[in-house]
Each structure stands twice: as structure tokens, then as C-alpha cells.
Ligand binder design. Sequence first.
Ligand SMILES: NC(=O)c1ccc[n+]([C@@H]2O[C@H](COP(=O)([O-])OP(=O)(O)OC[C@H]3O[C@@H](n4cnc5c(N)ncnc54)[C@H](OP(=O)(O)O)[C@@H]3O)[C@@H](O)[C@H]2O)c1
Length: 275
Amino acid sequence: MENKTIAFIGGGNMARSLIGGLIADGFPADRIRVAEPDPEQRGNLSATFGVRVTGDNRDAVADADGVVLAVKPQVIRDVATELAPQLARTGAVVISIAAGIRESDLSRWLGDGLPVVRVMPNTPSLVQTGATALYANTATSTEQRSLAESLMRAVGLTCWLDDENQMNAVTAVSGSGPAYFFLLMESMEQAGADLGLPRETARLLTLQTALGAAKMALESAEDVATLRRQVTSPGGTTEQAIQAFEDGGLRELVEQALKAAADRAESLGDELGNQ
Ligand SMILES: NC(=O)c1ccc[n+]([C@@H]2O[C@H](COP(=O)([O-])OP(=O)(O)OC[C@H]3O[C@@H](n4cnc5c(N)ncnc54)[C@H](OP(=O)(O)O)[C@@H]3O)[C@@H](O)[C@H]2O)c1
């Protein structure tokens, strides 16, 4: 990342969290450019982070080594075609965080042969606890891969994929995943309240238990099945609850849910690529 300049196209939620993460990691604000159409948002970005802002996308990428496309998927094609001639000259790596936009479609809009990294972050990136998968095309150098990885590591964990087709599974697991845990937490909070706890107590106990379970699983050398068995004493309370989940077909339901999400990711990719 040393001496690199990064341009963000779009200064919305995701760009803000990435910029915040980069600056917290010690990346100099004066090497970040942000192109954002809304003057009020530009003023806010400049005041909050001290970054250089502009209303002109081409101006933002002029001296950039990495260009982060942080706009909604529906406007990626227009942004890519607008920047294509300039990027062909500078050779900057294009890092797309747009959900569902395939590398092959982006490369077609940019003009083939440019370095492109497609990344799939998730919403906890907004609180620097994201989980991001990255896929780079063959035009991307090792140094450019490292730039993209460092950028995304500023907001959480990163994993590389060798095969872009795996992005649909990533979308099903980590992209949509926060909502599954929210649903489980919502159900546990309600069940706790139904069992007689004050709502706020049920909420806090549920959220801290989710955080503690994830922290234990990440820090333990054991796999999650072993951790589950370790807290499930024969004849105890946990065993009764786990048995109810198993009898209700939780595993099959999770499998069905993730398959449905992956199938939708595939069809969304087709729709967005046909823009
Ligand atoms: N939020 C997440 O957790 C998350 C997770 C995974 C992937 N993503 C992906 O991240 C991308 C950005 O999401 P977001 O939540 O940050 O969206 P957002 O808050 O709407 O940010 C997009 C920004 O781009 C600006 N913009 C629109 N058209 C533009 C153009 N032609 N040139 C430059 N800037 C333009 C928008 O300005 P105006 O508001 O003035 O239109 C807005 O500030 C999306 O592609 C999304 O799929 C987000």
C-alpha cells in the first residue's frame, strides 16, 4: 500500500466505511480521492476524513493506482464506460464491490485486458467486522492483488477465490449471512420474552451470546461441531433445545435457504450483466 493512491467512485455507505478503515489503519488521507455527485456528501466526506473530493469521476482517477467502484450495481456500466479510456492509459487496478456484477461483464464494459478485482463484502464491514471474498482476473499483478486485499482487510477478514463461480456461494454464506443471524437473534429475543424475561434483558443476552459464540469459534482450535458437543451435556438443557432444532429439520432448512440465495445470485448476475 506504500505510496499508493486510491480513488473511490461513489462516496456512500460502503466507501465511507472503507475510507474510515483505511485511515484508522494509518493510510494517509491525502492519498485518497473520492468522486461523489452530491455536494453535501462531498463536503461531509472532506470534513470527516480530510480526503480530496470531486464531482468528476475522471478527475478522481487521474493519479490513482487503485480505483474502487463503490456505486450501486445499476450504474456500474455507465461509470465503467466513462472511465475506460483513462484506465486503459493509467493501468490502475479496478476494484469492484458491486454485488452481482461479474468480472467478465465489467471487463467487457472497461475494454478487455485491464486488471480487475471483484470483491464481495458484507454489511458488518460498516463496523469494521466484515467478511470479504476477492477474485482477480489474470491481468491483475501480485502487487495489485495485494492492494485490493489490504483495502478490504481494513474492514475485516478477507479470502481469495480461484474460481469466480464460487461468488454465488459466497453471496449465500457471508453476503446474505448477516440477515440469517439477525433472524435467529430476533427469534431468540422473542422466545426469551415469551419465557418471562424483560424484552431488553432478552435482547442483550441474545446479542452478547451471539458475539461470544462467534468469538469462541474464531479463537478456538476446535471446529464448531466439537464446540457444540462440548456445551451439550447428556440429559441437560442444551441437549433438549438442540434435539428440537434437529427434529424440526434445521440443517435441511439452512441448506435450502443457502441454495435459494445462491440461485438468486446467479440470476441477478445474468440480469445485471445484460444492462
Ligand atoms: N452496504 C453494504 O454493506 C454492501 C455490501 C456488499 C456490497 N455492497 C456494494 O457496494 C456498493 C455501494 O453500496 P452502498 O451501500 O455504499 O451504496 P450507497 O450508499 O448508495 O453509495 C453509492 C454512492 O454512489 C454515488 N453515485 C451514484 N451515481 C454515481 C456516479 N455515476 N458516479 C459516482 N458516484 C455515484 C451515490 O450518490 P447519490 O446518493 O447522490 O446518488 C452514493 O453516494 C453497491 O454496489 C453494493 O452492491 C454494499
